[in-house]
Ligand binder design. Structure first.
Ligand code: GLP
Length: 242
């Protein structure tokens, strides 16, 4: 496994060995690695060398460390295209996963200044504030807080929100979604995010804000979401500007 006579550095050989175990499925996502001491003993090399190999694999995102717990094999991230206005349910189904929701907040309230400006509302208009944990095959992926003017979807109920909001809006209310602007920022999980997303506070997350508009240009929803950093990566196609 490790050839001390090889010109290849020992840490590199260990790296390749661990990589091969991951590729062959002998080490699976979420598996814990033996401790540095155990690895050093089994390869009869120094702990420093093992640490270097592990650090390199952590930097390549193949492994991750959990404070006070150990080093684990990373999960493959979902690749989400930044092209096309799709719903969470559609995104999950296109990956062969079962979309799910846990509604944790549903409220009709008077809009804040930010929402009055965004949706150009009257003072006495109401907005829905909806907070859902979005699940894939039962596993939490994101927390989403959505604001929608009540007058756009007067019949929206808690029951409806246990499945797709976009399907309900389009198929049952004849809403014609047009486009959205979306921004992504790196952030760290708060205590609340951590509780709902099975993370530790401070773990990396992606903060995504989407403003969705109808075909006629009127604003439909404002959504602030927190996606698990260990599960998601975003992909975009870019063309040479001429
Ligand atoms: C994504 C978007 C949200 C949108 C949601 C609708 O998660 N970021 O802005 O509200 O999809 O998803 P669904 O139709 O599955 O409820």
């Amino acid at each position: 496994m490790v050839n001390k006579k090889s010109p290849l550095p020992l840490y590199y050989q260990i790296e390749e060995h661990i990589k091969a175990l991951i590729e062959s499925g002998e080490l699976k996502p979420g598996d814990v690695l033996p401790s540095e001491r155990e690895l050093a003993e089994s390869f009869t090399i120094s702990r420093m060398t093992v640490r270097q190999a592990i650090t390199n694999l952590v930097n390549k995102n193949l492994l991750y460390r959990k404070k006070g717990s150990g080093t684990y094999v990373s999960h493959k991230k979902f690749e989400q295209s930044l092209h096309g206005l799709t719903s969470f349910s559609e995104d999950m189904r296109s990956r062969g996963l079962d979309p799910g929701n846990k509604l944790i907040h549903f409220e009709l309230s008077s809009p804040t200044e930010e929402l009055i400006d965004h949706f150009t509302l009257e003072e006495d208009d109401l907005v829905y504030k909806i907070k859902r944990i979005r699940l894939a095959n039962g596993e939490p992926m994101a927390i989403e807080t959505s604001y929608i003017p009540v007058k756009l979807l007067p019949g929206l109920s808690q029951k409806v929100l246990s499945s797709s909001l976009y399907r309900y809006a389009e198929e049952e209310n004849g809403i014609k979604l047009g486009h959205a602007t979306q921004s992504l920022e790196a952030s760290a999980a708060t205590e609340e995010d951590a509780k709902h997303l099975q993370l530790d506070a401070g773990d990396p997350v992606l903060f995504i804000q989407r403003e969705t508009f109808l075909e006629d240009g009127a604003p439909f929803e404002l959504v602030k979401s927190t996606y698990r950093g260990d599960k998601y990566k975003y992909k975009m196609n870019i063309e040479r500007l001429r």
